[in-house]
Structures are given as C-alpha cells and as structure tokens.
Design a protein around this ligand. Structure first.
Ligand SMILES: Nc1ncnc2c1ncn2[C@@H]1O[C@H](COP(=O)(O)OP(=O)(O)O)[C@@H](O)[C@H]1O
Ligand SMILES: [Mg+2]
Length: 496
C-alpha cells in the first residue's frame, strides 16, 4: 500500500508545483492572445463607428453640395470622400503619437491584391489569406507571428463584398470621377460585384503583454512555491508527530506484552510455591511408608498385613499428588472464553490449591460465602487473582505471633458481586497503599517479591472481567479481640 511519509509528500508537492507552473506557463500565450484580441476588438469598434460617420454623415454633405451645384460634380478629394484614406491616416496619426511616447502601437492596413493606393498592396502572406476569404474557407483569421525578434498577434477580417455602388469608382475609368482618375494611377479598377476586394489586417505587438505575463508568472510561481513549502512543512510536522505517537504506542504495547509475560511467570512461581507446600506432607508420608517397609523386610518382620497397609498408604498419597497436579494444571490455564460458574465452588477450589500454604502458616480461614451465586466470567483468571491476594496476606502475617486470620466474604447486591478478602497482618502503610497495584512495586526482599502479583490481579479484574478492585486498611473485632489488616474489595458484574 502507498505510505504517506515525508518523502512521498515532498514528491507529491514537487509534482503539484511543476504541474501548476507548467499550466501557468502554457496560459501565458493564451493570456497574451486574449489581451491582444480585446485590443483589436476595441480598434475595430472605433473603426466601425468612424466608417458609419464618414459614409452616412460626411459623404452625404458632399453629395448634397454637389446636388445644389455648390460643388463641382467631378470634384473628388480622398481626404474627405475616401473612408479608407481617412481611416489609414487616422491610424497613422495614432501610430506617430505612440512613437513619440516610445511605445509600439498596433499596425493597421487595408490589404488588397488590386490596390488603388500602392500602400494597400497585400504581402504574399496577406494575399494568401484574402484568397481564402474569397473561397469562404474562414470568416476570420488570426495567429501569433514573429517578425524582427518581436511577437505579434495578427488578425485579419474580410471587408464586406463589393456592392453596385462601389462600381462607380472601382469598375472602369470612364465612369469614375475625373479628378479621382487623374489623382490615382491604374490600380483599383476591374472589380466585380460580390468579390471581397480587401481585408482589414491588424497586428498587435504582444511582446509587452508577454513580458507582463511572464512577470506575473514568476510572481505566481514564487507565491505558489512559498505556499506549497509552508504546507509541506506543516504536513511534515504532522506526519512526524504522528510517527512519534505511533512509535510511543508501539513501545507501550511491547512494554505491556513484556509485563503480561512477567505476570504469567509470577503466577507460575506462586503456583509452584503452592505445590511445594502441598506436596511436602504426602511426599514425606510416601517416604516414611517405603522406608518402613524396607526396614521391616530387613528385620524379617514384614508380613502381608503390614505390606498391604503401607502400600495402600503410598498409593493413596500418590493418587493425591496426581490429583493436585491436575488441579494446578487447570488453574494455570488461561481462560480464553467466558463461562458460567458457581462462585462458591471456585472459591473452594482456590482454597484447595492454597491448602498447603494455609496449613503450613496455620491460617484460619473464616468464610462467609453465598453458596448460590452463579456468575459469568473467567473462573481461572479470578482464581489467579484471589491466589495473589491470599499469598500476600500470608506474607503479611508471616511473623505474626497471634492467630492469623483470613476472612472471605461474598455479597450479592443488584447485579453486582462483591468479594472481600481481609487479613490481620497490620495493613498496608498509608504512604504506599496507593501504589500497590503498580507494576514492580514491592516492599519485599528481591527473592520474595516481584511487585507484579497485584498488578496482574488488577489487570484481570479490571480489563478482562470488567470489574474493579480497591484496597483499604480496616480495624475490626473478632471474637472480642481487635485486629487491623488490609481489606481487598473486588466488584464484578454478574453477567461478565
Ligand atoms: N495483605 C497485605 N498486607 C500488607 N501489605 C500488602 C498486602 N498485600 C500487598 N501488600 C503490599 O503490596 C506490595 C505489592 O504486592 P504484590 O504486587 O503482590 O507484589 P509482591 O508480593 O511481589 O511484593 C507488597 O510488597 C506489600 O508491600
Ligand atoms: Mg504478591
């Protein structure tokens, strides 16, 4: 799977940057073109307005004057009567003005293959376009052209086709105004109605516009670079933090796993201690019985009765050992599934396991147990938890000269079971009582204590069985005598 790390983010950002820069770069020409086109449109609109004025205002005045005889019928002056002349000169004036301002303006031309005025002669490039207008290949032509190290936006628009009215001056010399014929040479005649005789040829320099666009391009690119850089730094920081967090979680997981492993070893250790306690008695019985038999045999006093009795005793004890091993094995199993069980029965089994410990330390177990509580949960886990508490009670009362008590109470109240285990070992010092469930907290000598017993108990009760466990010191009287000891209270939900 694709992984989002600092490097891949950097790659993504570089790709985004290059792509954006490329797109912006491509749009430079497009931008210049649009800009130039806008300018040409403005020129053409003004051109049209001028044309309208010359044709429908200015010329009419002249015709009127001729009509009234105030002007000779053959009189002609292009300065007043030729729109093309007027337009060219106005454009030229504009161009000169701009030249003084050291600025290159647009270039305007009426291009034709049959010019009356030679300045209107089409270049081969223009001539080709004009021919194609006449063939109706397109209605408008534009392109970017390079000329003398300069870039131009070029646009050509056809003039409307010749009308009948044009024929007076553009068909043959004999119908044309005499003054005009005298003024111009032989060009501009022999035109036919319907032909497109000329086109408006406009050239707008876009070097400046391009320069501006390139400037904008650099500003935009730099801004984009800065933006992406800031974003990248932010994202990198987030990723780094996330990775650190992940590592921390991983470390904690490993720590927890290690702790669980150690806790299991502790449980095993406690069990083996219990086995040692519990086996001492039957093993010595077996030993005594077998040495007794051997002794009797040596003395020649071995009779069938004695042999049978001793062998039965050995067998009984061996059976007992075998049974306790089975019990312990059961207890060491991890519960994987929650089951229904009778709490009292489980407690009895627990005490059975602890039998060796209880006997050897002469603990008096005082039970006040509800025999009918059936609950749902992890019986072995619960037993391991209880064994840890009982073993701690035994340790707390190890050097006690008086009676050693272990009180076990179970109370069922409203969907919740409370198990209380109380001893008379003097209790837990106030300044450490809040730490006893912490892993590795122990007050015992290194060889006796790992500090993991109560931690494991806490884990089992709170995490695996969704219950709670608390501890407090209690002073109470029993049989008229006052005692003090630690009291552990376990609360468990009835239904797991
Ligand atoms: N019943 C108790 N009476 C007095 N102190 C106790 C009792 N149970 C636990 N403690 C204290 O809590 C500490 C932690 O217990 P535990 O987690 O079982 O570790 P360990 O038994 O290895 O020391 C013990 O070292 C002891 O100081
Ligand atoms: Mg312990």
């Amino acid at each position: 799977m694709f992984k989002l790390n600092e490097k891949s983010v950097l790659y993504i950002f570089v790709v985004i940057f290059l792509l954006s820069v490329y797109i912006v770069y491509l749009s430079i020409d497009r931008h210049a073109e649009l800009q130039a086109n806008k300018r040409i449109d403005t020129i053409l609109e003004q051109h049209k307005a001028l044309h309208k004025y010359v044709e429908s205002v200015q010329k009419l005045v002249i015709y009127q004057l001729k009509e009234e005889g105030k002007l000779d019928k053959e009189w002609f002056d292009p300065k007043i009567l030729s729109f093309t002349y007027i337009a060219r000169n106005i454009h030229q004036n504009y161009k000169d003005m701009k030249k003084n301002e050291n600025e290159e303006s647009y270039q305007y031309k009426l291009a034709t293959n049959n010019p009356r005025n030679p300045v209107n002669m089409a270049t081969p490039f223009e001539s080709d376009i004009l021919k194609r207008f006449n063939k109706k290949e397109f209605k408008e032509f534009h392109s970017i052209i390079e000329e003398k190290d300069k870039t131009y936006y070029y646009k050509a628009l056809p003039l409307s086709p010749n009308k009948a009215s044009c024929m007076r001056c553009h068909s043959t010399k004999d119908v044309a105004p005499k003054e005009m014929v005298e003024m111009y040479g032989d060009g501009g005649y022999a035109e036919r109605i319907g032909d497109i005789r000329a086109m408006i040829s406009l050239k707008v320099p876009i070097t400046e516009i391009q320069k501006e666009a390139i400037n904008q391009f650099f500003i935009l690119s730099s801004l984009l670079a800065i933006l992406l850089l800031v974003l990248y730094i932010l994202i990198r920081r987030i990723i780094k933090q996330k990775r650190l967090l992940q590592e921390e979680i991983e470390k904690n997981k490993q720590k927890d796993a290690l702790l669980a492993e150690q806790a299991k070893m502790v449980a095993l250790g406690e069990m083996i201690g219990n086995i040692a306690h519990q086996w001492r008695q039957p093993l010595s019985m077996i030993s005594t019985a077998s040495t007794g038999v051997l002794m009797y045999k040596d003395m020649g006093k071995l009779n069938d009765d004695f042999l049978e009795k001793e062998m039965t005793r050995i067998n009984d004890n061996a059976q007992y050992l075998s049974k306790t091993i089975d019990d312990f094995r059961d207890f060491m199993k991890d519960d994987t599934q929650k089951v229904s069980f009778n709490l009292n029965e489980e407690l009895e089994k627990c005490l059975q396991i602890e039998e060796g410990v209880i006997k050897q330390n002469s603990l008096k177990v005082i039970k006040n147990i509800d025999k009918n509580i059936v609950m749902y949960g992890l019986p072995h886990g619960l037993s391991q938890a209880l064994i840890n508490i009982i073993n701690n009670a035994k340790d707390a009362m190890l050097n006690l000269k008086s009676d050693k008590y272990l009180f076990i109470d179970t109370i069922l109240d409203d969907k919740q079971i409370r198990i209380m285990l109380k001893d008379n070992g003097g209790g837990i010092p106030k300044d450490i009582i809040h730490k006893v469930f912490e892993p590795y907290f122990t007050t015992k000598h290194q060889s006796n204590g790992t500090g993991l017993g109560l931690h494991m108990t806490y884990q089992i009760i709170t995490e695996h069985m969704k219950g709670s466990i608390t501890v407090n010191n209690e002073t109470y009287s029993y049989d008229g005598v006052e005692y003090t000891g630690a009291c552990f209270t376990i609360c468990l939900p009835l239904e797991g």
